[in-house]
Design a protein around this ligand. Structure first.
Ligand code: ARG
Length: 393
């Protein structure tokens, strides 16, 4: 008896995979695992129904807590790769760990996933599976399948799948972001039709009145929305709803995958855009010029490790230690204005603010301006000398 545990989203690739694992790989038993990371509840329910119907055994596992914790660290890191808010990337290792737990419990011979050989998700998943010593099976990659072929195959076998040839997008959705790729979107000259967007209103149809939202942070983590304290899960859900209504958080980018392939990606992520905009604004009030400058490099490395699925690298721990140190003072609040697809910080406060109006103001004499003269005499000195020297040649 050979048994395989399949990371199961309920979508086209993984549903077809259940059948291929038996038919082409000869596994006797397929166990599906759906991990809840805040995708729409009906998606989880549908995956569960389909898993129970087509696999020998099914597990649904709630990892929303773990995902929210990881997202709080992402906010501290202003996590973003080439303009992408990293929703899928951050979720993959968390899903993989849960799948491993089941595979151990079930004494499975292998772990399977539905990732293709062209994307990033295979790398993020397998890094975790190999870490735990599992054999990996990747039918989509190994059999070199196309989505067209899978749709045909499902039809032949009478497998019900949630994709049609007319709307053949590959969608990945969780609490943080919704990504839409494939189909006609693969042509970068093609403007995404309105029907690819589900979380966000077209900004032209958004309310004509701006809305101001207040977010409180403690140690860089959002803790309250409009003065109401709430946990991260609730806060992100509410902001997705509010931001979506204002058409906030749509992205259409050309992205560099780990393998070097470029791809055209559309994303929706209202809460991510609002929270990171607000968090960055508060940091500008609290962190020193040099901290801000250095943190930008740290953030870029951090985001790349997450994108590459390399969060097991010791560098990741070291970067997080730096980030946490800077966030000790990122307490306070920011008000942002949501209007027709835009998020604009309009007010901010922190007890750790390095901004002192009594020093900066045009209207005070606390700082004796005359002291600046000496500073100014040295400032730019080398440049002035250089210009003089060059005149001679
Ligand atoms: N390009 C994004 C990433 O690499 C999104 C991937 C979405 N995955 C998917 N199977 N549709 O994280």
């Amino acid at each position: 008896m050979s048994k395989v545990v399949l990371s199961y989203s309920g979508g086209l690739d993984t549903t077809v995979a259940i059948f291929l694992l038996k038919e082409r790989y000869g596994f006797d038993e397929v166990v599906t695992v759906t991990v809840d990371i805040g995708q729409p509840e009906e998606d989880v329910r549908e995956a569960e129904e389909r898993g129970k119907k087509y696999a020998d055994k099914h597990y649904t596992i709630d990892a929303k807590r773990e995902f929210v914790n990881a997202l709080m660290q992402l906010i501290k890191a202003n996590g973003e790769y080439e303009g992408y808010v990293l929703g899928t990337a951050l979720a993959r290792p968390i899903i993989a760990e849960k799948v491993v737990e089941v595979a151990k419990k079930e004494n499975a011979d292998a772990i399977a996933h539905g990732c293709t050989g062209k994307g990033n998700d295979q790398l993020r998943f397998e890094n975790v599976f190999y870490q735990h010593g599992f054999k990996v099976v990747a039918p989509m990659r190994e059999l070199n399948l196309t989505r067209e072929w899978e749709i045909e195959y499902a039809k032949e076998k009478g497998i019900e799948i949630p994709v049609t040839k007319e709307k053949p997008y590959s969608i990945d959705e969780n609490l943080w972001s919704r990504s839409i790729e494939g189909g006609k979107l693969e042509d970068p000259t093609f403007i995404p039709p309105e029907d690819v967007w589900e979380w966000t209103k077209n900004p032209k149809d958004a309310p004509d009145e701006p809305e101001i939202v207040k977010i409180d942070f403690e140690k860089g983590v959002p803790i309250a929305l409009n003065d109401e304290e709430m946990d991260g899960l609730e806060l992100i859900r509410r902001l997705n709803e509010i931001g979506g209504r204002h058409g906030v958080g749509r992205t259409d980018i050309i992205e560099d995958r780990v393998l070097g392939l470029k791809s055209r990606e559309c994303y929706e992520h209202p809460a991510a855009t609002i929270l990171i905009t607000a968090h960055r604004d508060l940091e500008r009030l609290v962190l020193s010029r040099r901290e801000l400058k250095f943190k930008r490099f740290v953030e870029e490395e951090w985001a790349e490790l997450v994108y590459y699925g390399l969060t097991n690298d010791p560098l990741f721990d070291a970067l997080n230690a730096f980030i946490d140190k800077t966030q000790e003072r990122v307490n306070g609040w920011v008000k942002v204005k949501l209007f027709k697809g835009n998020v604009t910080p309009v007010a901010r406060y922190s007890e750790y603010s390095l901004y002192k109006p009594e020093l900066t103001s045009f209207d005070t004499t606390l700082v004796d301006q005359r002291f600046a003269e000496g500073f100014s005499r040295f400032h730019g000195l080398q440049g002035r000398i250089y210009r003089e020297v060059m005149k001679r040649y």
